[in-house]
Design a protein around this ligand. Structure first.
Ligand SMILES: Cc1ncc(COP(=O)(O)O)c(C=O)c1O
Length: 485
């Protein structure tokens, strides 16, 4: 049955809630001038509460989400976010706060932020942390800004940032936005930074080095100390894209191996929901020599009192309204407190074990070009299926028929027909085995019945979409009946 929009389900004069006559309504005309009052009632759907509930349940059931099934979207860490995070976050003590409240009345909220800053600093080996950035890319942007201001403050005029070809797309984008020239170096045959290639491009013009670690091949960069020595020898700064931190928690601290700056994706590693571009949390940590450049305000503590510190000597200023996404921070805080040190180590252990288990079971069917030091995700290739006319896209679509979300595909670019698989630490062995079974069946189908894959998905509420047309002819505006004439 075709799904209608909630506006198409609207029935004139049907009511969801009715409120008793409101006195203030009578005074509205007295309060506001005529020219800002609307002449018509707004175009709201007229439905009952149940109609509304059924509508949204119906459309959500068409979607794929982590509570419905496995979601191994590489690089995106689609892990289960414990519901306790949400339960705590609807407490009125957190939701009814206003950012303009006097500090004395928000001591609890400031304590949450303060302790989160401290915990993230401890986890990453950094001196201080700002929670203001609201996405990973935003954290990187702030990091590039700190690199720029650090050099400006010293009178350096450096123009280049180096990064490997395995870096996440946001790394070159944020550096370039700051006017830096991005120097890309090739990875070596293990999929890691090629030190020789680095040595060939290093000079005094280098402002910094950006490294995603583990990188987008899911591989741990083992030569960070050597890279840091080279970069620091020209007074460059080491930036770690820490979006993949769930492969390191409690085992490796970026600050201990030579990084000067790191960002955290709270909405990945620390189990806060992904918000389709926001609200997220992309906090950023820095070493002692950069602490004075962090955005203000930072939450500080003096005796028993928490306060917002705006007096940071070389601060790059504010990078978001107020303090960032507070309820995202509160979720990450609960997650950290629930797990504790031991729990965080187990997150990493399980993320890495799950990924390696899948890789070993699947690599016979889907070759994995880079296998050494694979951590929480790995990248397989669907190249061999091209001989049967099957593309990686077809494999991804067919997985939906088996009830699994597809892995990330065609990224990173250095693997042809890439399938980037990240199981995360929250999935059980039974789920992983089910996924392995489906992937093996699909590999067989590619040879015996490729048409089945090319037409997939066929068991889902909506079949294969024309994605190119959807992008080129984007139309997401609903036209109301009274706008047609
Ligand atoms: C390695 C890496 N870096 C950066 C980002 C960007 O993070 P965000 O989407 O929050 O901007 C991501 C996103 O998942 C990522 O996987």
């Amino acid at each position: 049955m075709e799904t209608k929009t909630i506006f198409e389900k609207s029935v004139k004069d049907r009511i969801g809630y009715s409120l008793s006559e409101c006195e203030i309504e009578k005074r509205i005309e007295d309060i506001f001038p005529d020219n800002i009052l609307r002449n018509n009632t707004p175009n709201l759907p007229e439905v009952s509460e149940l109609d509304a509930m059924q509508h949204y349940i119906e459309i959500s059931a068409k979607n794929h989400f982590i509570e419905k099934g496995f979601y191994p979207l590489g690089s995106c860490t689609m892990k289960y976010n414990p519901k306790i995070n949400d339960i705590v976050n609807i407490l009125s003590g957190l939701t009814n706060l206003h950012p303009f409240q006097p500090e004395d009345t928000i001591q609890g909220a400031l304590q949450i932020m303060y302790e989160l800053q401290k915990d993230l600093a401890e986890i990453s080996g950094m001196a201080d942390v700002s929670l203001q950035p609201v996405a990973g890319a935003h954290g990187e942007f702030v990091g590039a800004n700190i690199i720029y201001n650090y050099h400006k403050n010293k009178g350096n005029t450096k123009t280049k940032i180096i990064m490997p070809d395995s870096s996440h797309g946001t790394n070159p984008a944020t550096s370039a936005l700051h006017g830096y020239k991005v120097i890309e170096i090739k990875s070596n045959s293990d999929g890691k930074v090629d030190i020789n290639a680095l040595q060939q491009v290093i000079d005094d013009d280098v402002a910094g080095f950006m490294l995603t670690n583990p990188n987008t091949l899911g591989i741990f960069e083992t030569d960070v100390k050597e890279i840091a020595e080279i970069i620091h020898s020209v007074d460059g700064l080491m930036y770690m894209d820490g979006a993949n931190l769930n492969a390191m928690l409690g085992y490796i601290r970026p600050g201990d191996i030579g990084f000067d700056i790191v960002h955290f994706n709270l909405h990945k590693t620390f189990s806060t929901p992904h918000g389709g571009g926001g609200p997220g949390g992309g906090g950023i940590g820095v070493t002692e020599k950069l602490a004075d450049f962090l955005p203000y305000p930072l939450v500080k503590k003096e005796r028993d009192r928490y306060f917002l510190n705006y007096e940071i000597k070389n601060s790059i200023g504010k990078v978001h309204t107020f303090y960032g996404n507070f309820l995202v921070m509160a979720r990450a805080y609960i997650y950290l407190k629930m797990l504790g040190e031991k729990g965080l180590r187990r997150v990493t252990e399980n993320a890495v074990i799950n990924s390696n288990y899948l890789m070993v079971k699947l690599k016979v069917h889907y070759p994995v070009p880079y296998q050494k030091d694979v951590m929480h995700e790995f990248v397989a290739s669907g190249e061999r299926f091209k001989q049967y006319g099957v593309k990686t896209l077809d494999i991804a679509k067919r997985l939906l028929d088996y009830g699994f979300h597809a892995p990330t595909i065609y990224f990173p670019l250095i693997v042809h027909e890439a399938l980037m698989i990240e199981p995360t630490e929250t999935e059980s062995k039974e789920t992983l085995d089910g996924f392995i079974e489906a992937m093996i069946k699909i590999a067989e189908e590619s040879e015996t019945n490729p048409e089945k894959l090319k037409n997939a998905p066929t068991n889902t509420p909506i079949g294969r979409l024309d994605e190119a047309a959807a992008i080129k002819n984007l139309d997401i505006k609903f036209t109301f009946y009274n706008e047609i004439t």
